[in-house]
Design a protein around this ligand. Sequence first.
Ligand SMILES: Cc1cc2nc3c(=O)[nH]c(=O)nc-3n(C[C@H](O)[C@H](O)[C@H](O)COP(=O)(O)OP(=O)(O)OC[C@H]3O[C@@H](n4cnc5c(N)ncnc54)[C@H](O)[C@@H]3O)c2cc1C
Length: 469
Amino acid sequence: MTTPTFEKHFSSLENFGHSLRASSFVFKPKCEEEISSLFEIARKSGLTVTARGAGKSYNDASLNGGGIVLDLSQMNRITEWDPQTGRVTGEPGVTIQQLWQQTEPDGWWPPVVSGTMFTTLGGCLAANVHGKNNFQVGPIGEHVVQFTALLPTGARVTCSPGKNADLFHSMISGLGMLGVFTSITLQMKRIHSGLLEVSARPSRDLREHLSDMLENAPSSDYIVGWVDSMVSGRGLGRGQIHAARYLDEAEDPRAKQTMLLQNQVLPPRIMGVFPKSILYLFMRPFANNLGWGLVNAAKYATSLRRHTFRQSHAAFHFLLDYVPNFERAYGRGGLIEYQSFLPKETAEDAWRELIQLSVKCGLPSYLGVTKRHRPDAFLLTHAVDGFSLAMDFKVTDGNRAKLGAMLQDFDRIVLEAGGRFYFAKNSETTRETALRFLGEETVAEFKKLKKRCDPNGLLESDLYRRVFA
Ligand SMILES: Cc1cc2nc3c(=O)[nH]c(=O)nc-3n(C[C@H](O)[C@H](O)[C@H](O)COP(=O)(O)OP(=O)(O)OC[C@H]3O[C@@H](n4cnc5c(N)ncnc54)[C@H](O)[C@@H]3O)c2cc1C
């Protein structure tokens, strides 16, 4: 057995939004054997272990205060790629960016991507991420052909929808609490152009916004909305919708060129001059209620024109990567995201309440993003037949407690409306809330599997202790 590289003795790690931190022993294994020996070290030293991909979760999912963090970013090789079938196999630290850059020139795109390309395959499976096409194709787990994982018992399991199906449906969505993915095979999506056709249109209020999504999702491949979540009176929920569709074979005569990587890059400068890498510094003075209110009003005013245009896959999917380190614009306290998933019948009223409450508390969300969803069969699923609204909140030393209390009120409203929450985003979900939306049976099933895969309780994260311990 190889001795793992003890890269750093004790270091402080953060969530994506820099609003939470925890000190841990960080190991960076390079192969499966090193993970095995790390489990051994953990067992002997009585420490718990959390896997970490790129650390892009908005909350404490990949933090483990006082324990071991298994940083898998160096296990990042694409081990097999078949451009005939579109099947790709990779180590858990392969990023979505590596994936599409490998496959797009051959005419394949990842079936589901997060809003940033810097997440890893392991992290995406553990959270079972959804894309702007969730209502059409489900979460990433539905496109996994098979995976191999190492359990803390030392056992190596291979799972697919037909083999070890219970583990397949629980390790995907299981937040790394049952085992560590070591190899993942995905089925990619055939594309016939490097461009999507995107239709942009305004919505005057929340009712119009959600009706548009409901009505137009079936004829779109992707749909996503922006909501000005700082307006609580007339025009509450005003915003903009972007719906996109793939191009057919005949629609892009330059398909071979548009799929080349040089036609998919996000430009590093604005209008060819201003470097985007420092843009977040210029956004900082606006990261307050007045400044962001003005930004949102200006954004709404410029989104009133209905239009259709063609955009590269990378530009459409990874809008949030346009401004590197945008989360740093929120200042020292960072940001958190609150994403609630509501049935289509109750979403409008519940979100009206959430937005009104946040504005009344003086803690409005600066960014609101909506998506259309459908349910899935994974154990810790967050999806519903309805919509999600992700709301970004600035955190400061002064508002942290008040924000936490307001989000507990949010949870009550969402639960009463039959909603669910996402473990990769929300930082405030309590044990009681999780029990209510998941149901006792699901939590009991998860704990039973946990006992089977991890009898000594080696795998724990700050999130696990908050929600399940
Ligand atoms: C800008 C931005 C946009 C986003 N957009 C979306 C979106 O559109 N849709 C969406 O669903 N999510 C979205 N997310 C959330 C993000 O996709 C998830 O949090 C994802 O899990 C992060 O991947 P990661 O590699 O950074 O994992 P980490 O944050 O490092 O870890 C996430 C979880 O995965 C576990 N884990 C990591 N690697 C392994 C492994 N090899 N084996 C077992 N468990 C493992 C960790 O223990 C942890 O529980 C977004 C995040 C950001 C920052």
